[in-house]
Design a protein around this ligand. Sequence first.
Ligand SMILES: *Cc1c(COP(=O)(O)O)cnc(C)c1O
Length: 500
Amino acid sequence: MKNSPLKTYLAEVSAEKINTAFVSYIANLEQVAQVGPEIAASIVKELEAQRTHLKLIASENYCSLNTQAAMGNLLTDKYAEGFPSHRYYGGCENIDDIESVAAEEAKALFGAEHAYVQPHSGADANLVAYWAILSAKIEAPVLEKLNETNLANLTDEQWADLRVSLGNQKLLGLDYYSGGHLTHGYRQNVSARMFDAHSYTVSKETGLLDYDAIEKQAMEIKPLILLTGYSAYPRAINFRRFREIADKCGAVLMVDMAHFAGLVAGKVFTGDEDPVKWADVVTTTTHKTLRGPRGAIVLCKAAFTDYVNKGCPLVLGGPLPHVMAAKAIAFKEARTPAYQDYAKSVRDNARILAAELQNLGMTIQTGGTDNHLMLINVTQFGLTGRQAETAMSECGMTLNRNSLPFDPNGAWWTSGLRIGTPAITTLGMGPAEMKEIARIIKLVLFASKPGKTDKGVASKGRVVVDEDAKTEAIAAVNALLGKFVLYPELDLEFLKKSFC
Ligand SMILES: *Cc1c(COP(=O)(O)O)cnc(C)c1O
């Protein structure tokens, strides 16, 4: 970097035309480039990659430049274990303010009785929730009997007894193949080892939740935690019905709304479909439909407040104050009418895209969607999900393969593609673009054939896409992205010239 890109920009542009978001981007990159020019270059190249690929990943989004700005600063330097006005470190007054604002904004956004905004990720938030529930329901009554409040004061014998009573508690969540998350009792995850984990599935015939069957299973198992909220279920969930089941079998009702929290925040899901109203404990990521920074939160009813607040030291170390600041900004953004319009468009777009894909001859799991995502069954094309994912990627579309319920191709190859509308809706796309995207997806899938390994045997991973179709699809994707530019405030050509 020979000259200062910031000085160059300011010299070139007239005062009225200075774009502050762009200025701050250049200034940031300039700082980064002084130490790691290759890192600054990668940031610019990632902007270019994001601008030139159609993002159909259901779990991703684009957070605002305001939210990004709140993350890149000295707040990262602070340790703040504990919670506001109850810290294990000195000098946390400003962090107290930031965390309190973020928590109050989250409570107001979701109508929650309590919000804990420290978890670093959705997986962490679920661990906080699990241990808060174990503490409240299993540990607290034991301590009360012993007339003790501090675990450190227990004798070794009392501690051993308590540990036995914590183990073997039952968790009942949705099976991974039916759309549940790894952290909901999947064997490869700690959740299946800290709990006696059980799972329900969707109906084999309809692909939908069968509430009566879940109730029957819950009455047999009598879980400590009944868990709902999923990663790959395209339909609305009746949380009032889940509340009834939990009450009947004596379970704590926990909802993991990581995927669809934006639709709750944007008032698309209300009444029976509002998890915060019905559940004891709700967890969510903040970076999916919600469109905030990478992170998570836990919401709960007042009875769980003291236990959830002990997320640190229970499972977390220090919080990330810079990310809590960014969460506060994102929650404020989500409390606007503009965000509610966005959330409605996310669902409208998903419905239009799913309907159009079906019109064009593709098979959509459950026949449609009520939320931001849908699953295409690609077996009709003789492809695995992995092959279909690669074919789409070669044509400029980023998405992920996903197993379908009872998937014969397993969790690695899979039979499905998961498609989501949160990111393309943030770009401003609407019904006409959904129809165009459906046309492009059809073009690619109908032009893809399973490939062969180097030894000439059929491969489950390799795919061959007809060259003409590929050229046409890439041109169509570029035409769309040319009209809906990511972060239009940022002049990519200037950034490339300056940092790459
Ligand atoms: C994405 C997701 C998570 C995990 O979030 P991370 O931030 O990746 O840890 C947890 N639960 C559900 C339902 C999810 O979809």
